[in-house]
Design a protein. Structure first.
Length: 138
């Protein structure tokens, strides 16, 4: 297993997000201006890109934001999502951020709660999919 922290989006990261969010889940607005400035975590197994997320500074001072966590179907069930999140959090903490927020799909809320995130506010729709804001103090 190899984890890379990258300062730009790669074709491998794009393909993971296309496969998971667009092909599997039906999202259409997958790429945005945040991709131009975010940093990325890429987890590879035996040379194959298996999962990713992005992170960037939040609007509030001292806060960072993690988004677009995705693990390819054939690599699921191995806690790779947690490994990716921990790598992102460690990098965010080292950069001096105090909190980390994310917009979780409601169905993934228990996963994020297992990593110490707490839901804040009401559920909302993002491309017709229920989401909830969650935050963790690092």
């Amino acid at each position: 297993m190899m984890i890379q922290i990258l300062d730009h989006i790669t074709d491998e990261i794009k393909q993971i997000r296309i496969d998971v969010f667009m092909k599997e889940q039906g999202f259409s607005k997958e790429f945005d201006e945040i991709d131009e400035t975010a940093k990325f975590v890429l987890l590879s197994i035996d040379g194959k890109a298996a999962g990713t997320c992005r992170y960037f500074p939040g609007k509030e001072n001292g806060s960072a934001y993690i988004g677009r966590l995705a693990v390819r179907r054939e690599f699921r069930g191995q806690r790779l999502g947690a490994t990716i999140m921990i790598a992102a959090e460690n990098t965010i903490r080292k950069a001096g951020f105090k909190t980390c927020g994310l917009s979780a799909q409601v169905q993934a809320r228990p996963f994020y709660e297992s990593l110490g995130y707490k839901a804040e506010g009401d559920e909302y729709l993002d491309e017709d999919c229920p989401h909830i804001f969650m935050r963790k103090f690092l």
